[in-house]
Design a protein. Structure first.
Length: 110
């Protein structure tokens, strides 16, 4: 069984640079989350397929909830579900732009 990787091989220094870029001119957590959302939406190659609970799902888009949580909109057949991006397993190889998700995870303390 293939195990999905949650983290990739980006250095702490590289992730810290991305965090600084995403949060520049952001004055509170809400604005910082919006900054990460913008960078992830702009840089993450979509759609991509990953495994959730042993099933293949397509990550169709990224969204920001009213509570400033970044979620992946996952689709399988006619079913659609928002999964917190912090909980989203990454496929191997991961999609382009995944370093922004890793930077967001680091910023959130994960």
């Amino acid at each position: 069984m293939m195990k999905a990787k949650k983290t990739t091989k980006f250095t702490a220094k590289h992730l810290d640079k991305l965090i600084e870029e995403a949060t520049t001119d952001a004055y509170n957590e809400s604005e910082q989350a919006s900054g990460f959302f913008a960078m992830i939406e702009e840089n993450l190659s979509l759609p991509f397929t990953t495994q959730m609970l042993g099933q293949s799902v397509t990550v169709a888009k990224i969204d920001l909830t009213g509570r400033d949580q970044i979620v992946a909109i996952c689709v399988r057949g006619k079913a659609t579900q928002a999964i917190p991006i912090l909980d989203l397993p990454m496929p191997d190889p991961p999609p382009e732009g995944v370093e922004w998700i890793d930077a967001y995870r680091r910023w959130c303390g994960n």
